[in-house]
Design a protein around this ligand. Sequence first.
Ligand code: B3K
Ligand code: ZN
Length: 851
Amino acid sequence: PRVTRREDYREPDWLVPEIALDFELDPAATRVRAALKVTRNGGHDRPLVLMGDGLEPLAVRVDGKDAAWTMEGPDLVIALPGAAHRIETEVVIAPERNTQLQGLYASGGILCTQCESEGFRRITFFPDRPDVLTKYRVRMAAEKARYPVLLANGDPVAQGDLADGRHWAEWHDPFPKPSYLFALVAGDLVANRGSFTTMSGREVQLGIWVREPDLAKTDHALHALKLSMAWDEKVYGREYDLDVFNIVAVDDFNFGAMENKGLNVFNSRYILADPDTATDWDYDAVAAVVAHEYFHNWSGNRVTCRDWFQLSLKEGFTVFRDQSFSADQGSAAVKRIEDVRGLRASQFQEDAGPLAHPVRPDSYIEISNFYTATIYNKGAEVIRMMATILGPEKFRAATDIYFDRFDGTAATCEDFVRCMEEAGGVDLAQFRLWYSQAGTPRVSATLAQDGGKARLTLKQTVPPTPGQPEKAPMVLPLKLKLFGRVTGRALCDEQLVLLNRPEQELVFGNLTEPPVLSINRGFSAPVVVETDRTPDQLAFLSAHDDDPFARYEAMQQLMLDTLTAAVRGAPFDHGPVIEAVRNTLADTRLDRAFVADAVLLPSDSFIGDQMDIVDPEAIFRAREALRRELATALAGQWRDAYEANRANRFEYSPAAKGARRIKNVALGYIAASGAADAPALAFRQFEGADNMTDRQAALGTLVNGRSDERAAALAAFYDRYRGNALVLDKWFQTQALSTRDDTAEAVEKLAAHPDFTLANPNRARSVIGAFGVNQRAFHHPSGRGYRFVADQLLALDRINPQTAAKLLPPLGRWRRFDAERAARMRAELERIVATPGLSKDTFEQASKSLD
Ligand code: B3K
Ligand code: ZN
């Protein structure tokens, strides 16, 4: 397969200022006519190349006359004499046969599109690259009874009825946009409508479009949309720019959602929410994804990317924006903790493995494989660090310059950094390594006291990653502070240290008591920090640090140190962890959601990430042992926490969410203690719950154990929700995530269940994706977990390569495991690579993972 390289970027040969599209919609055969105004870009004599993917030209006209053309592979090539021409093409496509869900496809009777990154070329011939910006006019016609609603980008222009039961609509988008932002939807849909008045007083009509039975589940998304629109005005000064903003929810979708101009298309799991079917996590995710896609209207649409290597320009920035938005809606500290936990679980693992790549990659085979945690989440951390270095006022000044200067253009990461330098008055030359170097930097921090002084030594290293054996030292913004071990008082103000050399030393004076180091506060740099802090110091910080993230982090480090010692067979003491958890539970000043996060043990896989060679069984045993100790030593506290937060009338507020969270963590510990009444308690909660958070938490607790209640709850859940695909996903997922030793066997049965299908990405992910991150089960010593994932992935690759390739990374982590497991994992990767007809998506992931 062909490799695309960043250094090969060249401006487009031809521009397309305008396009008119005409769709005769039909699931079996949709006729697409396109009329493009093309203009030669610069003095060259190269032909017009219109990209296609599986298209056959039925007619090609230049300036109204039939013209000569050739095919070069999938692309249509037309030699043109002049500087400007009008090109017309015609193709027929079959949305109902499109199982890749890229281009125009059918989902549950709705016709919809997904174009990012390269789906538009599956609809019509076009220079399908993000630096070709075009004004779109779209006309579509369809059978009125089946497709009463016809939507596209921009504002509606006209509509009407046709003979033979068909009707038509025309839409016009005045903003030039890249083809990846094109969208249309046709279906039997109803809207939850609202309106928003922008800061300059324009009224925007809002619509959340779903199938009729789902209408009652759309209020939360509509509310989140209004909040997002107001937030972007207030925080970034950015206003919405069309008269309408529509969102459509579909059930079959390759990822979360898509920011098409004025017509976002969503995976229904990020729109639909009501207390009976959505957890608090789901509610938060709906709001975050609605905000994310809305924010793209400026960071992505008004200012887009020059090429796909610049993807993080829009994605990293937009994730940063949605994280800030969510932080402003509830507890910023809890949000930060959860974002960091997610970053460590996905991005740190990616950065430490064969698929590691820089935030601005240098090459790809299939761009769809680069919608990664590195581009999104590490990219967001890079923006956050610049915001930290500049401070809020200068950061806002910099984004103002960026939006104003690049409005209506396709920009680069470099353009963004230059705006930061200009407004911030800073030199970010070395900071730019965050865009070009892969790998998670490691910092070691040692604090030595010498009378009234303390000397802090900071050292950094950046590990080698594929293609990058040597690394230069980076700029690491570390917030730090010292606390007095005796009084608990701060011994200095918080400092922002820019560690930019391999080694740096800082001296603190006037110490009146022994200092304890609080470092990387707020997770100011996305790095791994190693310190020589003792269990006593960590426990002290977990109770006294005034930065909630640092407090959480101290507790996590204490737990990790204890657990990794146990796994290595080194001496360890559960005592300090138990005392620290006891104190945190008892501290009534703390937000319950924070407490729930703080008292949770690090996951199996995060413990594994600390080891040279991961031993899944030893990790599971060590973690279970500590869990049981915590459960029994603090049995009374868990019962109290459970009872105190039992009140069970659903409300979606930070306080109510915090109460549910601590209650469900407590339920988990009660079950871990082995208390005889635990299954009955969980089952009572399962049956009596008035919301999905409590019901699913109870189910999860039961599913991890062995009791009669387990089977009863699974059966009851299935019966109650068998008609609801999104909730049924939870039923599958909860079982695939079970910590029991028979989960590898159980997922094989789940994949044979009549409700299992690979055709729906959510369902495929709920079993295979969830199982792949279940460390103990996936790495079952027999290797059956590996075989299962490889079998499913190969079957899915024939249907939907993009979603198949996303399931591969767990198999690629073989270097982290013992020789026997590694050999079994490699054997599956080799089997995958050797499969005839493999997609380039999966080929890229599997072959890179074998290197
Ligand atoms: N921009 C889309 C992701 C497209 C993925 C294409 N493979 C959604 C988002 O990040 O907002
Ligand atoms: Zn995005």
